[in-house]
Ligand binder design. Structure first.
Ligand SMILES: *Cc1c(COP(=O)(O)O)cnc(C)c1O
Length: 497
């Protein structure tokens, strides 16, 4: 399997090169040059396998320059040995008949990012070794809250790596901030920037693609890579849990004669893109439902064909989706245009110059067939949390609730009777203040940990160990910087002048 770039279809690199570099030199994203299809025999094998077995098979189709042993060791290092509750990274829970919740928050940081970021360090260090330049890998991360912690947890004390995380000062929840600023490990660094997630992401991308910066690092025997979902090594592990959910549905005897729908609370478009890849591999996904919060740039794009980031940015109770520039959409556009790198480059240039672009009419039509898009504001999201808890006894976090709310709108407007899988992306205790405020507004006050305890008392739901363990930890990082100074922070940390 070879990889092209969305802005240079002539690029022809191995999976190891795509993962080690993170982003293509001209600023495009790496995509597989063709899509592996799963056979009936593959699906039989997948249905009979546990999560690790499913991951080994899917990864082996995309990472063809890795040996079976390398893939097996990476998978075992990530998904076994108790890193996820009961060694079950992606259990499928029934909410009601035909509606299933894919719980992706049973890992060390209580959000779905763990599914990819527990395995990425294994893939990345092996990729860097294959590239054979002996350089130290410097991971730069821009985070809207959850990626940062999951990446820190994945890369802490991994030999020959350094990791630096930038988060928006006022754009993350108190729990997310505490998770990051108390991170342990000798090779980790965390800084707040004065700006929002898009500023952080733009700043990181700029550092990555500046040739002068790259040369300076190379002179110190270092090279950048990314742990954001622009890195192919983040996406491929996410394909696994959609295949896994399908296998579980079949094993549970679901009626899949018309396929099933997948609903994803979306920010940077990585998670839902992984579901698209699963569909391309032969998983019978009918419709991809893209759920947004008040930052509904994707809802508008997928319904009209015009992407327009010139709009108000809202800070919401689902902060990991407070994004106006969804990086991974670029990959989808590349596939939808039949790999037209010129067209994609043009749209991305327009996005950077004017903040908007419009895709061709036939592409907009095909997007509408493939996707259904909707949004929920904070008031609707809180109502969903309360209703789902009162009627079904199920506790959603704020992001998952956006997906449930959009799914209800989807069902109402389209009358879809197909089974649905709703991705649940975070533990409710990670956003305890907002969840408690939805359930019992009179109780929603006090410190973050008091609210975690109150949420536990109100519902009887178990507090995840990794969150309970944060109490009383020392804050190690209090750096903040203007977004123009991110590069100085990086050089400082790396000891480069
Ligand atoms: C990152 C994140 C999202 C958005 O996922 P994308 O892949 O960026 O679309 C949704 N919910 C939670 C809890 C997240 O951490």
């Amino acid at each position: 399997m070879r990889y092209n770039s969305t802005r240079n279809s002539g690029a022809d690199v191995s999976a190891a090169a795509a993962i080690a570099r993170g982003i293509s030199p001209e600023g495009g994203l790496y995509v597989p040059a063709d899509m592996p299809r799963l056979s009936d025999a593959d699906f039989d094998a997948l249905r009979g396998a546990d999560y690790a077995g499913r991951a080994r098979l899917i990864l082996s189709r995309f990472l063809t320059d890795f040996t079976d042993g390398e893939i097996a060791d990476s998978v075992a290092g990530a998904y076994t040995g108790g890193r996820f509750d009961d060694d079950q990274p992606a259990p499928l829970v029934q909410l009601e008949k035909g509606v299933h919740i894919l719980e992706l928050w049973h890992g060390p940081t209580c959000a779905f990012k763990d599914l990819a970021l527990q395995i990425l360090p294994h893939l990345l260090t092996r990729s860097a070794k294959k590239m054979g330049d002996g350089k130290k890998t410097v991971i730069l991360v821009a985070t809207s809250g959850d990626t940062g912690k999951a990446a820190l947890e994945g890369f802490k004390d991994v030999p020959d790596t350094e990791i630096l995380v930038f988060y928006p000062e006022d754009g993350v929840s108190p729990m997310q901030k505490l998770q990051m600023t108390t991170q342990e490990g000798a090779n980790v660094f965390v800084a707040a920037i004065r700006g929002n997630f898009d500023d952080a992401q733009t700043g990181v991308k700029k550092i990555f693609t500046d040739p002068a910066v790259g040369e300076k690092l190379a002179a110190h025997n270092m090279a950048f890579s990314s742990a954001n979902s622009i890195n192919w090594g983040r996406l491929v592990p996410q394909v696994v849990y959609y295949v896994s959910a399908y296998c579980d549905l079949v094993n549970q005897g679901a009626d899949l004669s018309d396929g099933f729908d997948v609903v994803v609370p979306t920010g940077n478009f990585g998670n839902i893109l992984a579901a698209y890849y699963a569909k391309c591999m032969g998983v019978p996904i009918a419709r991809l439902v893209c759920a947004s919060n008040a930052n509904n740039v994707l809802t508008d794009f997928l319904t009209t064909g015009t992407y327009d980031r010139n709009r108000q940015f809202y800070t919401t109770i689902s902060p990991s989706m407070d994004i106006l520039v969804s990086s991974n959409l670029e990959r989808l556009l590349y596939h939808m245009t039949g790999r037209d790198d010129k067209k994609v480059s043009g749209w991305m240039q327009a996005l950077s110059d004017t903040g908007r672009y419009t895709v061709d009419g036939d592409i907009a039509d095909r997007l509408r067939e493939l996707f259904w898009a909707g949004c929920c504001d904070d008031t609707e999201t809180k109502a969903v949390i309360r209703e789902v808890y009162e009627k079904k006894g199920y506790l959603c976090d704020t992001h998952t609730a956006v997906a449930v709310g959009v799914y209800e709108k989807y069902k109402q407007q389209t009358g879809s009777g197909r089974p649905a899988v709703i991705a649940s992306t975070a533990s409710p205790f990670k956003f305890a203040a907002s969840v408690l405020d939805a359930l019992a507004p009179d109780k929603a006050q006090g410190s973050e940990f008091e609210m975690v305890d109150k949420l536990h008392e109100a519902t009887g739901w178990k507090i995840p160990g990794p969150l309970a363990g944060l109490k009383g930890r020392t804050v190690r990082f209090d750096t903040d910087c203007e977004r123009e100074h991110m590069l100085d922070v990086v050089y400082n940390r790396l000891g480069i002048r």
